[in-house]
Design a protein. Structure first.
Length: 254
């Protein structure tokens, strides 16, 4: 059996949670869906375990992540589904991910909804996943193992996850990062942008039609030159303050 950690994680929160869960099962291989150079042609086997995680963007699977997941072929490999969200809500993300993985011939064994620090408004879920989260996530992995050990794979009941069909309308926070005067045009943001929204020959610019507001460019910029308009960020933060307040808890679905 091979173990795979498969994730779309523009700012690292989803990767941290997916790889932590994968570690609970053993040595794993990573497939980064943000990287345009990732090989998605690997055919999994029925004995393989795939921990597949995406962030929730407006209550949906990010469209680019969905496109890349659809390039995978499960061959009846076991899948643990994970959605990571920044303390607001994840709405239809898990059910959309499950539907897609079933279509791609994965056996969906379990699902987790987990919290990570908001990728845009860092005052929400600051520092999460924290140690309490990791302890709980480790217990989730143990419960999933117990299900695996006590159930013949062909007898797995379908995992029931929350969400609606049809899915909610796709939408994200319309905040587009720009480059400040300190940008040295190193091109790292252009190379790392999963949607190709930053031209490599002019990385100070951003194609607003391609940008998915994932904040990967801000996350990888070595000079912290990529930023959001502070007034727009403040307005968006105020709008989401109530929805993102309080401590949301991780959830396990078996």
């Amino acid at each position: 059996m091979s173990i795979y950690a498969i994730y779309f994680s523009p700012t690292g929160g989803t990767e941290k949670i997916v790889t932590f869960i994968a570690e609970q099962f053993g040595v794993y291989q990573s497939i980064d869906l943000c990287e345009k150079t990732s090989d998605l042609t690997n055919d999994f086997s029925e004995e393989d375990l795939c921990i597949i995680g995406v962030p929730s963007f407006g209550g949906r699977v990010p469209a680019i992540a969905l496109e890349r997941i659809k390039a995978l072929n499960g061959n009846n490999a076991t899948a643990i589904l994970i959605t990571v969200y920044g303390n607001r809500a994840y709405e239809d993300t898990l059910i959309e991910l499950e539907d897609t993985l079933i279509e791609k011939n994965f056996t969906c064994q379990a699902a987790i909804a987990a919290i990570a620090e908001h990728s845009i408004m860092h005052q929400f879920a600051t520092g999460r996943p924290d140690q309490n989260d990791l302890t709980e996530l480790a217990s989730f992995a143990q419960k999933i193992k117990e299900k695996t050990n006590n159930t013949v794979k062909t007898d797995f009941p379908p995992v029931h996850v929350p969400g609606d069909r049809p899915y909610r309308e796709y939408g994200t926070i319309p905040l587009i990062p720009g480059a400040s005067h300190t940008c040295g045009s190193c091109g790292l943001c252009a190379a790392k942008c999963p949607s190709g929204a930053i031209p490599s020959d002019n990385p100070t610019q951003t194609d607003k039609d391609k940008c998915i507001s994932c904040m990967r460019c801000i996350s990888v910029c070595p000079t912290h030159s990529r930023k959001l308009n502070p007034l727009m960020l403040a307005a968006a933060s105020q709008k989401l303050k109530k929805a993102c307040s309080g401590r949301k808890e991780n959830e396990l679905f078996l």
